[in-house]
Design a protein around this ligand. Structure first.
Ligand SMILES: C[S@@+](CC[C@H](N)C(=O)[O-])C[C@H]1O[C@@H](n2cnc3c(N)ncnc32)[C@H](O)[C@@H]1O
Length: 194
């Protein structure tokens, strides 16, 4: 496990939850949510940050949360397209594997990137590789589920390992660590200016 040093954390602030991150995302900017599921978080991103462009990437082949049951694998894509139809001037829906969809964007395109798709180490590495290429020099990368292990599904996550490695290798610092009731925390990282 790659550990972070003081230089990666010196400017880091702890936030009560991920909703507080929204206040720090620049308004009227270009952002992408990688891993959308029911679009609940996408709606918060849209409402609070009022983006010039919001890209929503997912394979759109998942069942909804069992307690919600708004869509099945077969109706996932159509559900999202219907939900975001009123925002079609701002929102672009891209269906496919996250790293393939991100590969279609030019370098330095996004002001912020929210990563919450597959949580295994290799997948997060691939998402971060594309994030590094497509994020602007001063852009924010936000990692959801910065946790080693899902204690509900008993799955191992690679988010902490992949994120720490990325930060150390690419001279990034952590700006925010947002808590979550079950510790599925979010972290916001940015390239250091020195
Ligand atoms: C945890 S959910 C996203 C939740 C959403 N960000 C939120 O906060 O409400 C993960 C989503 O990522 C999608 N997903 C998983 N692996 C993916 C991949 N490699 N490429 C694209 N989408 C993927 C799944 O279909 C699922 O909808």
């Amino acid at each position: 496990m790659t550990e972070l040093n003081n230089e990666h954390l010196i400017n880091c602030k702890i936030l009560p939850n991920r909703y507080h991150i929204l206040e720090y995302i620049p308004k009227n900017s270009i952002g992408v949510e990688i891993g959308v599921l029911g679009g609940d978080w996408s709606k918060h991103l849209l409402r609070v940050t009022q983006p010039k462009e919001l890209v929503l990437i997912d394979t759109y082949y998942s069942d909804d949360y069992p307690q919600a049951k708004r869509f099945t694998k077969k109706t996932h894509e159509q559900y999202i397209r219907n939900e975001f139809k009123p925002y079609d001037k701002q929102v672009k829906i891209l269906k496919g594997l996250s790293w393939d969809s991100m590969a279609t964007y030019n370098e330095n395109y996004f002001d912020w990137i929210y990563i919450d798709a597959a949580h295994d180490y290799q997948s997060v590495k691939k998402d971060l590789f594309q994030a590094k290429r497509t994020i602007k020099e001063t852009g924010l990368i936000i990692m959801n589920d910065y946790i080693m292990y899902d204690h509900f599904t008993k799955e191992k996550y690679g988010v902490v390992q992949a994120t720490n490695e990325f930060m150390v290798e690419n001279n990034y610092e952590m700006l925010f660590f947002a808590l979550h009731p079950d510790m599925f925390c979010d972290v916001v990282i940015k390239k250091r200016s020195v």
